[in-house]
Design a binder for this molecule. Structure first.
Ligand code: H91
Length: 691
């Protein structure tokens, strides 16, 4: 097949099945974007790799994909779908909004023994399972453990994992992983047993959790290796005797004297306060097929349950696998086992493929990534649980469903043709099939309307906003919150204001300027917004660099600082959002100050109240630390360079205002590079800036 053709089809497949949003991180040669699986409405992480960039590392990606296809466990990040084109590989993965365990540890300095135990049991569980499947991970570190929405750990990055042909007892030779976590036998280049080396890394990880720093550390690799091979480290005084003993059992230089994962399962330290061994068996065996998920898929695909089951059982890691696994994940979290209905009529313009294309059109990524400006209707993935008359699940905009008295539909003043929620009075006598058809029709209607409203323009600067850029589409860009606490989710009607041309300390920053015509007609926007205002709660998002950095920020929730009183809608009123959008579009009304945020774990508090002073201090210290940066308003995109002109580290520092206490904060976000080197560098910058 010609190159362009596979390329086109692969990308088409991705955009047909997913809405793709901003970059949320990067690892090696991969870029990870936030996405939403259109059919299930579920958020996903999309790992994107360019084959050319991968070069000799391509086999590692294949290893990772094969391993992840075989691993299904509550503490292992789930692979849903793989799309390969002639130039790229997309891995669709379980989304973990809590980010890396590493960031969690450094934000807390160190964890208590109790909290460490919760995490450690999960790590032991994951590793016992991975080993039971014949794999060694070989790159265990807190950066490779992500926190999901329930604050549970998920193991990632199986690119270095090994499955010796004769089983895990067979020795391996490749030296890999991060030096600080590598077992002595591994760095000495000896043959080693993968599972034994993993236990050493788990010991280093346990130390990092309890202490907030590494047991073996040095800038000089040779010195570091010597420390590791000697196996001597200091136990800080806050460690309990039990912790000291366990660490010692795990970090034994002689692998034969090292404790095994099996022994860790019911180790006295691990079972303290639990009185039960670690549960390591999978709660989600690959062979098991869930009937509810099959039924929903069968209805959606208009196939028999038998043939749907057969299709799912092929485990091709295509759209079928992803849909099944995402439905299963919804069910596990107590959400309705429902898919967005596929439209049946108007096949040309409203087919899933077409919708996918729409989604793609809706998000024009600039060279690097982000889209322009997006307004979206949040039809979310929630449905009215049961239709009172027919017991069929129904689909309704979230805003309507949110009414406590269930009378939302009665208040719906929209013209009938614009109404997507079910009609006010329960339609007695409508069959489940008719209801499903209604659902499809509404969906299709919505898709058509979305198309009508779509005129997004690509903008390399990311933030040029014009009237025609106002977008409406069926699924809201997922927020990238990341606090594990659901209550800490950001406001639903988020609207960000790019700090265009912000003047900081009298210097014009590098922020991009709006394209000509950047000030949108207020009336037009209001009219546009009014069209969808009453359909559902509305989310308007500017995919500007600022939005991106906010999204990257794992835990910052923006808060306008005003109490939301109007309208009683928990998500705030559209007008407010609209006003903000107009503010954003009107150059004269640009917001100049730093963002107001709530204190979160990646924000360092200062005792000062003047953001410009703090910004100046940081700006003056960065060159001293050999940190290259670009400034966008109060955000500094920082980079360090290695000897061969390669970026060794990338991170963001953003000066922002906290509300309680009202002081300046510095939000930090690592994008690339060694986590501990980053930690030390940022600490150094902040302490040198006398913050
Ligand atoms: N590190 C080793 O930055 C540096 C949020 C976020 C949310 C994710 C789900 C899966 C993956 C990453 C997520 C993620 C790499 C994932 C899974 C596998 C894998 C890779 C990523 C970073 C890359 C970005 C990650 C965190 C780890 C965020 N990330 N924000 N859900 O191989 Cl299996 Cl590279």
């Amino acid at each position: 097949m010609p190159v362009e053709r596979t390329e086109h089809r692969g990308a088409e497949e991705l955009h047909r099945d997913y809405q793709v949003y901003e970059t949320i991180g990067s690892g090696g040669f991969a870029k990870v974007k936030l996405g939403r699986h259109i059919l299930s409405g579920e958020k996903v992480a999309i790992k994107i790799m360019n084959k050319k960039d991968l070069g000799d590392d391509l086999p590692r990606v294949k290893v990772e994909i094969e391993a992840m296809k075989n691993l299904s466990h509550q503490h292992v990040c789930r692979l849903y779908q793989v799309i390969e084109t002639s130039t790229q590989i997309f891995m669709v993965l379980e989304y973990c909004p809590g980010g890396e365990l590493f960031d969690y540890i450094i934000a807390k300095d160190r964890l208590s023994e109790e909290e460490t135990r919760v995490f450690f049991r999960q790590i032991v569980s994951a590793m016992a399972y991975v080993h039971s499947q014949g794999y060694a991970h070989r790159d265990l570190k807190p950066e490779n453990l992500l926190i999901d929405e329930d604050h549970n750990l998920k193991l990632i990055d199986f690119g270095l994992c090994a499955k010796p042909k004769g089983g895990l007892g067979y020795e391996l030779m490749t030296c890999c992983g991060s030096p600080a976590y590598a077992a002595p036998e591994l760095i000495q280049g000896k043959a080693y047993i993968g599972s034994e080396a993993d236990v050493w890394s788990m010991g280093v990880l346990l130390f990092a959790l309890l202490c907030g720093y590494l047991p073996f550390d040095d800038d000089n690799c040779m010195v570091l290796y010597r420390k590791i091979t000697r196996g001597k480290y200091d136990n800080p005084q806050w460690l309990s005797p039990g912790s000291v003993l366990l660490l010692n059992q795990m970090m034994q230089v002689d692998p034969k004297r090292r404790i095994t994962v099996r022994q860790l399962l019911d180790h006295p330290w691990a079972i303290k306060d639990y009185n039960s061994p670690v549960e390591w068996r999978t709660r989600q065996p690959l062979g098991h097929i869930d009937e509810d998920c099959i039924t929903e898929m069968a209805v959606n695909m208009k196939r028999s349950r038998g043939s749907t089951t057969a299709l799912v059982k092929e485990w091709r890691y295509d759209q079928t696998t992803a849909t099944y696994l995402l439905l299963l994940s919804k069910k596990k979290r107590g959400k309705p086992v429902r898919l967005r209905p596929e439209p049946t009529v108007c096949e040309d313009s409203c087919s899933p493929l077409h919708q996918g294309l729409q989604a793609r059109e809706a998000l024009h990524f600039s060279e690097d990534e982000d889209a322009v400006i997006v307004g979206s209707l949040d039809f979310g993935s929630d449905y009215i649980d049961d239709c009172p008359c027919t017991q069929v699940k129904q689909y309704t905009p979230k805003g309507v469903r949110g009414q406590p008295d269930g009378a939302a539909n009665h208040k719906d003043a929209r013209p009938a043709e614009k109404r997507y929620a079910y009609s006010p009075t329960p339609e007695r006598g409508r069959t489940p099939a008719q209801h499903r058809q209604d659902r499809r029709n509404r969906d299709q209607e919505r898709a058509c309307e979305n198309k009508e409203n779509k005129e997004n323009k690509e903008n390399k600067e990311n933030i040029a906003v014009q009237e025609k850029d106002v977008e409406i589409f069926a699924l809201p860009p997922p927020r990238t919150p990341v606090s594990s606490k659901k209550s800490a989710r950001p406001n639903k009607n988020v609207l960000t204001t790019p700090n265009q041309n912000a003047h900081v300390n009298g210097t014009k920053t590098k922020a991009a300027t709006p394209k000509a015509g950047g000030s949108a007609s207020k009336e037009h926007i209001k009219k546009r917004a009014a069209e969808f205002k009453d359909l559902a709660d509305v989310e308007i998002l500017a995919f500007s660099p600022e939005r991106r950095s906010r999204s990257l920020d794992m835990a910052v929730t923006e808060d306008s600082g005003k109490k939301k009183k109007r309208g009683g809608n928990v998500f705030g009123s559209l007008e407010r959002g609209l006003d903000k959008m107009i503010t954003m579009l009107t150059p004269s009304k640009r917001r100049d100050g730093p963002r107001k945020i709530k204190a979160q774990y990646n924000v360092t508090l200062t005792s000062q109240t003047n953001p410009d002073q703090i910004l100046n201090q940081i700006l003056s210290i960065l060159p001293e630390k050999n940190v290259d940066f670009t400034q966008k308003g109060y955000t500094l995109k920082c980079r360090t360079w290695g000897d061969f002109g390669k970026v060794t580290m990338a991170f963001e520092l953003e000066v922002c205002m906290l509300q309680r206490p009202e002081v300046v904060g510095i939000r930090r976000q690592r994008l690339k590079g060694d986590a501990w080197v980053y930690k030390h560098l940022v600490e150094d910058i902040l302490s040198s800036s006398s913050i």
